[in-house]
Structures are given as C-alpha cells and as structure tokens.
Unconditional design. Structure first.
Length: 177
C-alpha cells in the first residue's frame, strides 16, 4: 500500500466550507482507502491506497474530488502528495531561520508558472516569496492574517504553515507505505 497526504483547499476557514473531519474520514473510507487519518481540522488527510506514483496521486485526487463534491454540493479542491515529496518540500524551506508558524507553503497543482514571482502584489509588510517544486514558500514576518500579499499563482493551491508540513511529514514517514 502507498501512503498519500491529501490537502484540501478552503475547508473550515472563516466559517465557510465546513467539513467535519469525521465526515472526511468517512468519505475516504467509503471511497475504499485504508489507514485513514486526519490531522487538525483544516483539511489534512493521510490515507493508503494500492495506487502509487503520480498516477496514484491523480487517481486519489479525482476520486476524493468526486466524493467531496457529492457531499458538499460543489467542488472541493484536492491536492495529493507522497511522503518523499512532502519531505523535499520541508527540507527545501528557503527560510530556515524563521519560525514555522510564519512560513507558509502554498501547494500548487503543478510547477509554479514562470511569472509567479512577477505577478505577486503586496502592500509591503516585509513578506518574501520563493519558488519551490510544486509549491511557493512565503515568509510572513508579521503573520499571514495581517498580510495584504496577493499571489495569483496560488489561486488553485492551498497553504499550510511549516509546522503543519513538518507534522504531516512525521505522520507520513511513520507509516509502512
């Protein structure tokens, strides 16, 4: 069995997109996945399937998108990563001296567009943005909640702070597959 880390977009944020984690676990189990586990109530799911590699990630994403759309009555963004890629994302953090709660990883469906950094707009609060593998890294020195930073390349992505990414890496690497 292969371990997958599932990152949902826009759930349990600001009172919209409510999805109880118990329902998310049930949906994943009903879709045929095993080893289903959620991490904090922000749309993080670990599961196991027989499908490996990029094709497995795509299959998991499509199956969960369909099941979640049926549940929610509208599309729910789903990004899937393997433990090795998640570890690379953590290890590639370009802001290692900064606190993990002040660095966000914006996970993207694919590689960042070539103009990703040029299209960023800000009301300069000291934020810094760097490119990653299928991600963008953002250092928010004064916190994400206050920022007026706009990153068009992240429109179809989902963000997790580095502390959450590190916890997901630990959970995924503790699994057998």
């Amino acid at each position: 069995m292969t371990t997958h880390v599932v990152l949902l977009r826009a759930v349990n944020v600001g009172g919209t997109g409510k999805l109880p984690m118990a329902d998310l676990r049930r949906i994943a189990l009903e879709a045929g996945y095993t080893g289903v586990e959620t991490y904090i109530a922000s749309g993080n799911l670990l599961l196991e399937s027989g499908a490996a590699g990029p094709e497995g990630e795509t299959a998991v994403a499509h199956a969960l998108e369909a099941a979640l759309e049926a549940y929610a009555g509208g599309p729910v963004g789903v990004l899937v990563r393997g433990p090795a890629e998640l570890r690379r994302v953590l290890d590639a953090n370009p802001f290692p001296a900064e606190p993990g709660n002040r660095v966000a990883v914006l996970f993207l469906p694919g590689a960042p567009p070539s103009d990703a950094l040029e299209t960023v707009t800000r009301a300069d609060d000291g934020e810094q943005v760097r490119l990653g593998e299928r991600a963008l890294y953002v250092h928010y020195p004064n916190g994400m909640g206050r920022s007026r930073l706009r990153i068009p390349a992240a429109a179809r992505g989902t963000a997790r702070n580095l502390n959450t990414v590190a916890a997901l890496v630990r959970l995924a690497q503790a699994r057998p597959g």
